[in-house]
Design a binder for this molecule. Structure first.
Ligand SMILES: O=C(O)[C@@H](CO)OP(=O)(O)O
Length: 213
């Protein structure tokens, strides 16, 4: 039986482009982001994938990406479940600040810890551990049973809410997690074993040149 799970970070948003901490703010995709989402759909189609169910967050950038992927696959009406548990990590007081300005104010090291460490929370916001505490139970309860039943499952969400899941799926240490960067619109395909371990991981090549975000 195939047990396939596909994770996709949303396409570039207006705030990615402006280099602002976004978190729970709700900007739209840019033109590039729309194209990245369509391209993700085309890449998945070229892989011969068809989904049985889709999950996304309560934020527009992820929902729109999900919709465009499904359109490219000719699966516009597919059941999609939206849940806040998949929302981006809450960046607290950093939300809306420019990431380069933040580095100038607090230094590269501190900002890297806020952005990529496991347990250091930005002021007033969530650490990745806090994000894991809401995304992982949701994943185990609502998403994983579909995958284990053999339903090909799409999850379109956010850089850090997906890193929170990937940490568990790929059994990454907090150190390895510091390095795990997700590009906008780049699907990751997991084949899972019946015991919910990972049989294989494939990061689909990124079609457009990566941009700093
Ligand atoms: O701003 C954010 O919400 C996230 C994702 O864009 O940023 P970062 O990559 O810095 O965690």
């Amino acid at each position: 039986m195939d047990r396939r799970l596909v994770l996709v970070r949303h396409g570039q948003s207006e705030w990615n482009l402006k280099n602002l901490f976004t978190g729970w703010k709700d900007p739209e995709l840019t033109e590039r982001g729309l194209e990245e989402a369509r391209e993700a759909g085309r890449r998945l189609k070229a892989e011969g994938l068809r989904f049985d169910i889709a999950f996304t967050s309560k934020l527009r950038r992820a929902q729109r990406t999900n919709q465009l992927i499904l359109e490219e696959l000719g699966q516009r009406g597919l059941k999609t479940i939206e849940d806040e548990a998949l929302n981006e990590r809450d960046y607290g007081e950093l939300t809306g600040l420019n990431k380069d300005d933040a580095r100038k104010t607090w230094g590269d090291g501190r900002v890297l810890l806020w952005r990529r460490s496991y347990d250091v929370a930005p002021p007033g916001g969530e650490s990745l551990r806090d994000t894991v505490a809401r995304t992982l139970p949701y994943f185990v309860r609502e998403i994983l049973p579909h995958v284990l039943r053999g339903e090909t499952t799409l999850v379109t969400a956010h850089g850090n809410s997906l890193r929170a899941l990937i940490m568990t799926l790929e059994r990454l240490s907090p150190d390895a997690l510091l390095e795990r960067e997700l590009f906008t619109g780049a699907p990751i395909i997991y084949e899972m074993n019946a015991d919910s371990t990972i049989a294989s991981i494939r990061d689909l090549a990124r079609p457009l040149a990566p941009q700093a975000q």
